[in-house]
Design a protein around this ligand. Sequence first.
Ligand SMILES: [Zn+2]
Length: 110
Amino acid sequence: MSVPSAVMESSLRPGDRPGDRHGDWPVEEPMAAAGDDLDAGLEAVEGLEVDLLTLASIEAELDEVERALVRLDDGTYGRCEVCDTPLDEAELVDVPMARHCRDHRSTAPA
Ligand SMILES: [Zn+2]
């Protein structure tokens, strides 16, 4: 009754899932991503500019996550980097990578 997940995966074309294979794009051979599905390959190439913007934002987010992990290690996670005030738990649920309290969020560099 249930569809095997492998079948579901293979029905998705490259580029359909944000974050999919962003680490190892076939930059030198863009068409290699198409496999035997030329349409999917053309869509992938046409979407490249947008995907690069997406990639940049994903990389920025990844950087935030890595910073949060460092703060977890050194015990400063969940505290404002400016005034050391413990951040609101509900806010951390919303924005787990938050680094500043409400007072300092707008003034601190991004
Ligand atoms: Zn603060």
